[in-house]
Design a protein around this ligand. Structure first.
Ligand code: SF4
Ligand code: SF4
Length: 340
């Protein structure tokens, strides 16, 4: 399949969730390098245009980028600081007006979207020959004594980083890796930072939404109104709950970016995202099992074909041998008749 030419490179500097400010921090300290990395990527992709997107509530970041971009081929665009504008497909839609359909990749439509951290890593790798071994992480929340953005080595223990930020405050309730909407609650800080860790969030009771028991769906439609992926969360939930996973796929379950907007607005407090994650997991397992069964079937068919061929070869060889014997016998008989 021919590769689709890339016409637009988007460098995403819009923070993906509230509380997180590592991208703004990186641009603030290394705007030149981010811009250089973006230009390298634009050259490699041969993209006509390159856009660096930041949120419209970041005047200092905008100024840093304006100063760093003398190149006309790079546009700096401020996008509304509305969650989840920083999501890949959402940002592409805001910037280009293009809706990337379900099951399609931005590259299928001539667009590549990368994070500012990637642009910086490209600059370091190509210009300075430095591999990616560090990243900036936001360590924040009321549960942390001295929040801030730290440049850390990948593999650093989280416990150590929390200590560097003055430790936990007394009323810490939950430690989350990632943001408040899409992050994962950690049961221990005795683990290491990975390449994808953008935030460590210590939340107190005041910051956490009070958990309420789920009630039946009243089909108000609020969840679909707020869904940035234009899905029907109530339908996905219904099909997932009743085990009709094929219908979940028909309703584009895998387009759900797990932003949590539907969870927040649901008046029945239904844990929708939790249900979508579980349905996705089940579907992935089913697909893997189907692929394994298909592979096993293929192997069996190949083995059968091999055996049949071996059998046919054996028969052909035996027939050939018999024909040779018959020929020799006939020649001997002929000679005998002639009295030789
Ligand atoms: S917001 Fe909640 S109650 Fe309303 S339709 Fe969606 S799932 Fe049902
Ligand atoms: S989490 Fe809910 S609102 Fe967000 S994309 Fe998925 S279905 Fe839509």
């Amino acid at each position: 399949q021919a590769l689709q030419p890339i016409h637009t490179l988007i460098i995403n500097g819009a923070e993906c969730e509230p509380y997180i400010s590592c991208d703004a921090s990186l641009i603030g300290s290394h705007a030149q390098q981010v811009v250089q990395g973006a230009l390298i990527m634009q050259y490699i992709l041969q993209a006509e245009r390159c856009i660096i997107a930041i949120e419209n509530n970041m005047p200092a970041t905008l100024q840093a980028l304006d100063e760093a971009t003398s190149q006309e081929s790079i546009q700096i665009v401020s996008v509304p600081a509305i969650y989840p504008t920083g999501g890949e497909k959402q940002l592409i839609k805001v910037l280009t007006g293009k809706k990337i359909p379900a099951n399609a990749l931005p590259t299928d439509h001539g667009v590549v979207c990368q994070n500012v951290g990637t642009a910086f890593a490209v600059y370091q790798a190509i210009i300075q020959g430095i591999p990616l071994t560090e990243r900036i992480i936001t360590i924040t929340g009321k549960g942390i004594n001295h929040p801030g953005n730290l440049r850390v080595k990948i593999g650093t223990p989280i416990k150590y980083l929390i200590e560097q930020c003055g430790g936990y405050s007394q009323n810490i309730q939950r430690l989350i890796m990632g943001g408040p909407m899409m992050g994962i609650a950690l049961s221990s800080d005795d683990i290491a930072v990975i390449k994808a860790t953008n935030c460590l969030l210590g939340m107190t009771n005041n910051e956490l939404a009070e958990s309420q028991s789920a009630m039946p769906c009243i089909r108000c439609g609020d969840c679909s109104t707020v869904c940035p992926a234009e899905l029907l969360p109530q339908q996905l939930y219904w099909y997932g709950r009743s085990g009709q996973l094929e219908q979940c796929q028909d309703y584009q379950l895998f387009d759900c970016i797990e932003c949590g907007c539907c969870d927040i607005v649901c008046p029945s407090h239904i844990p929708l995202v939790q249900s979508f994650r579980s349905s996705k997991g089940e579907l992935i397992i089913k697909e893997k099992q189907a692929a394994q069964a298909q592979l096993a079937k293929k192997r069996y068919q190949n083995q059968q074909q091999r055996r049949e061929k071996e059998q046919q070869d054996k028969i052909a060889k035996a027939a050939k041998r018999q024909a040779a014997i018959d020929k020799i016998k006939a020649a001997a008989a002929k000679r005998k008749t002639k009295g030789v």
